[in-house]
Design a protein around this ligand. Structure first.
Ligand code: NAD
Length: 349
């Protein structure tokens, strides 16, 4: 499926990131060269890597590039612990108002604990306890005697993410949306979210079924019977936790892509972090970032190419000899890229 040279390439900001980021981004770039790349990469820095080179975790040039392109593919970014640094990922989401985080999970590697998983978690990305409004109250000589955090959910934000989830369900031929909350205890904070999401759901009642689950019960049900779920919509912190759990159902973090979507920009990434424990060892699984790039293809209307890439990934991962260490295999990051490129070439014949 070559890229027609007459087609205009779509500019995308490409951020290699930290740790395993550059290794897995390299595989994506090589694979897209073979696939017929509809994107024109504009490489920019962010994360610890950028801090060392430019004195800033999130350089202005990177922000300007994303403002221009409205589209980014991002390797994982490390946030230095302590030192008052705010998470770069949270800053990017806030700067570009990327209010919806979409995390699909699908079984690709057969023979795992769960077969035929196919569900999508949609997480509110800008509100809730994640806003990080925290402080300590000193008592006597203990400066950190009491820790406090404030969560903020708004009706407008809850409506926006719920509408996004139901629209997503309609667009992607999904059957059900489950609203996940903790309204039995956090009656205001997540009660508002539940109430608003249910109101939105009623507008889709003739197309999409909906129900709701308390987050702890949802976590248990995801282990006992994950097939009952289809699309899950939740607040920021619960969505954060459940999305890693859901990644675990399909083979772990190496398999989980994510999209951060706003009105003006979208940033695609793997759910996992920079994996400093395996960085530079050629052990990282690039599948999650490749699947994120497939989401980006779909986002730009290139569904056929996205399906082609997913089929090639499925095919390589269908045999044990095509898997990286996290999936019980022995192939290195770059060898996995080579195998995928070979498979794409075979499929293009
Ligand atoms: P992590 O996701 O980096 O790693 C957790 C475990 O999963 C590690 O054992 C790691 O080796 C493994 N793992 C992760 N991705 C893998 C892959 N592609 N292939 C094979 N194994 C993989 O989480 P962490 O260790 O808690 O965080 C490390 C750093 O990443 C921190 O600085 C954190 O802030 C940052 N982080 C960034 C993002 C992001 O950029 N979106 C997300 C999460 C964490």
């Amino acid at each position: 499926m070559p890229n027609s040279s007459t087609q205009q390439q779509i500019p995308v900001t490409l951020i290699p990131g930290d740790g395993i980021g550059p290794e897995i981004v390299d595989v994506v770039v090589r694979v897209f060269d073979t696939l017929g790349n509809p994107f024109a990469w504009e490489t920019q820095q962010a994360g610890v890597n950028a801090l060392e080179k430019h004195g800033d975790l999130l350089p202005q040039a990177t922000l300007d590039s994303i403002s221009r392109t409205g589209l980014a593919l991002k390797g994982p970014l490390s946030t230095p612990v302590g030192g008052g640094f705010r998470s770069v990922n949270v800053r990017l989401r806030e700067t570009f108002q990327l209010y919806a985080n979409v995390r699909p999970a699908r079984t690709i590697v057969p023979g795992g604990r769960y077969e035929k998983i196919d569900l999508v978690l949609i997480r509110e990305n800008l509100e809730g306890l994640y806003v990080g409004h925290e402080h300590y109250v000193p008592i006597g000589d203990d400066a950190h005697a009491v820790a406090m955090a404030t969560g903020i959910n708004t009706r407008a934000g809850s409506r926006r993410i719920s509408k996004f989830a139901f629209d997503y369900a309609v667009r992607n031929n999904r059957r059900k949306v489950t609203i996940v909350h903790k309204a039995n205890v956090l009656k205001a904070l997540t009660g508002l979210f539940l109430e608003t999401a249910k109101q939105v759901g009623l507008n889709y009642a003739d197309q999409i079924e909906f129900n709701d689950r308390i987050v702890d019960a949802c976590a248990m049900q995801l282990v006992l019977n994950p097939w009952q779920f289809d699309v899950i919509v939740s607040t920021n912190l619960f969505g954060d936790i459940l999305s890693d759990q859901i990644a675990g159902l399909v083979g772990g973090l190496g398999m989980a892509p994510g999209a951060n979507i706003g009105e003006r920009a979208a940033i695609f990434e793997a759910v996992h972090g920079s994996a400093p424990d395996i960085a530079g060892k050629g052990m990282a699984n690039p599948t999650a970032l490749l699947l994120a790039a497939a989401l980006m293809l779909e986002h730009k209307g290139q569904k056929e190419k996205a399906t082609f890439l997913r089929d090639a990934i499925d095919s390589v991962l269908s045999t044990a000899s095509g898997r990286t260490a996290d999936l019980g295999g022995t192939v290195s990051t770059s060898k996995y890229g080579d195998l995928l490129i070979e498979r794409i070439r075979d499929m293009q014949k």
